[in-house]
Write a protein that binds this ligand. Structure first.
Ligand code: GLN
Length: 206
């Protein structure tokens, strides 16, 4: 049954946790950091923030959250991964560490730091399927892109097909599979709450 006021956790092992907590509060959900299995058990959905997926992967093990998190995801808990969080949610990460854990919540292959040195960080306005209000400003920071997706994955946004985009043009940067959402970019940094609102709605509906 959907809770009237869902609690959304932010995985708080590393990365831009505070920005996600604020962005969630802005769209009217109760948000709290999650560092322990008991805290994970109490939330109705979880945000996996940006940071370093290799570090977060290691800390998931140290904090004994890896298996509980896999179990919650297998059980249908809504989740949203931004940047490093997207890498963690994927089935497979190219250019990752060989011992990096994958949560396999979205049937996709991602490439870490895919945009290369010249375009390490950049901004773009994206057409994002299902978001009202026009193009979404997106900030990319050493971002992954999605190389390929399975049949159950819905593609929500791609890098705009402009001459300046080069090899990045057309790359997939936002996806959804069931109640799990992922973006290669950082909506928690732009003040545009639409992606967090979309996730909050997903949690309420789940
Ligand atoms: N490059 C990082 C990684 O692969 C992600 C960067 C970010 O989250 N801003 O984990």
């Amino acid at each position: 049954m959907s809770p009237a006021q869902p609690v959304v956790g932010v995985l708080a092992l590393q990365g831009d946790v505070r920005e996600h907590l604020l962005a969630l509060a802005e769209v009217g959900v109760l948000a709290r950091p999650v560092r322990r299995p008991e805290e994970l058990a109490e939330v109705h959905g979880l945000v996996l923030p940006g940071g370093e997926s290799t570090t977060m992967s290691r800390l998931l093990e140290t904090f004994e959250l890896l298996e509980p998190l896999r179990a919650r995801l297998a059980d249908g808990m809504p989740a949203y991964g931004s940047c490093a969080g997207m890498v963690l949610l994927a089935t497979k990460a190219l250019d990752g560490r060989p011992d990096q854990h994958q949560l396999e919540a979205i049937d996709m292959v991602v490439r870490r730091n895919a945009f290369g040195r010249q375009v390490d960080s950049f901004e773009a306005d994206l057409d994002f399927t299902g978001l009202p209000g026009g193009p979404l400003p997106a900030v990319f920071i050493r971002a992954p892109w999605v190389e390929s997706v399975g049949g159950a994955v819905e593609v929500l946004a791609r890098v705009p097909d402009q001459p300046v985009a080069g090899v990045a043009a057309g790359r997939i940067v936002a996806v959804r599979q069931g109640h799990v959402l992922a973006t290669a970019f950082h909506p928690e940094l732009t003040g545009d709450g639409r992606v967090h609102r979309l996730f909050a709605d997903t949690v309420r509906a789940a």
